[in-house]
Design a protein around this ligand. Structure first.
Ligand code: FES
Length: 114
């Protein structure tokens, strides 16, 4: 675990879009975003990474990058991910949230929007 930023309560903060559109439009909830969030939350806790000075996992509404869904973003780096399964989440937890190494293969391309 790398050192937290001097002005940060958490060393890293990951937000998962869990938005579900009721009007039939595509949204992260239709791509099993909840399962990714739940798995990340439990992994971070099980690995002892959760808490002040460490990692926080939060739900978010639409982050307006729905075309890449399900999406998550990690701060303070501001790195966006699109994930598919639990193995992807495991890699984000171990590589980025624990060790600060961005998982390049899961990065959301910069031009993906709504
Ligand atoms: S529905 Fe997830 S980013 Fe918009």
């Amino acid at each position: 675990m790398s050192a937290p930023p001097a002005d940060g309560y958490y060393a890293r903060h990951i937000f998962f879009c869990l938005n579900e559109r009721k009007n039939g439009e595509d949204s992260c909830a239709r791509h099993d975003a909840q399962a990714g969030f739940d798995h990340c939350k439990s992994r971070v806790k099980a690995e002892g990474l959760a808490g002040p000075g460490r990692v926080r996992v939060n739900k978010a509404g639409c982050l307006d990058r729905c075309a890449g869904g399900p999406v998550a973003v990690v701060y303070p780096e501001g790195v966006w991910y699109s994930f598919v399964d639990k193995e992807d989440i495991d890699e984000i937890v171990e590589s980025h949230l624990r060790n600060g190494r961005v998982v390049e293969r899961l990065r959301l391309p910069p031009d993906v929007g709504r």
